[in-house]
Design a protein around this ligand. Sequence first.
Ligand SMILES: C[S@@+](CC[C@H](N)C(=O)[O-])C[C@H]1O[C@@H](n2cnc3c(N)ncnc32)[C@H](O)[C@@H]1O
Length: 193
Amino acid sequence: MPSVNDLIAHADFEDAQSVFEFGCGTGRFAARLFDQYLPPGAQYLGCDASPVMIALTQKRLAPHARQAQVVPSGVPLRFPLLDQEADRIVSVFALDLLAEADVAQFFEEAHRCLSAQGKVCLASLHRGASVPSRVVSGAWTALFNRRPALVGGCRAIDLNPFIDRHRWQVAHRRIAAPFLVASEVWVLERRTA
Ligand SMILES: C[S@@+](CC[C@H](N)C(=O)[O-])C[C@H]1O[C@@H](n2cnc3c(N)ncnc32)[C@H](O)[C@@H]1O
């Protein structure tokens, strides 16, 4: 998927030692990180709300079991990490499933848990920057408002208002809609005082 490739191209995973993924799904992204990008010895911690997804990720990451752990996400939303413990905090198409209060809490937790030189790397559905992609997104949102289950409970979300520029430096941002469904990639760094 182009947005995931773009995220990877700007995340410097080759330098990562401690990766946390929120909403790891089936673990495909994590497996790709281990197979192609992470340096030897890097640690991965994934979380997901679904026990089925957790089991799938654990199975997929079995060859990396010494470096990888997958846990259930908590309610209320809190990352299972110490302050500044992770140098990459990643979420790929999971924030678009969250209520706005949880998106805000995600950024609180990301700020608490990211190391000084770390990066937050996000991909999410977006309203779109072109007329055709906005039309598709508008139809999607209308469906979401009436029958959220039909679109898997996810909808386009504008992350921009959640990203406090006093706390975050935007290292990379791109909106793309290669198949008319727009997505947005963000790479954020902690702003130093
Ligand atoms: C659309 S899937 C994307 C999965 C994966 N990141 C990928 O790109 O293939 C969204 C994932 O977020 C998970 N999720 C939803 N709400 C969550 C929450 N509050 N905490 C953690 N994971 C959550 C879902 O269970 C699902 O696995």
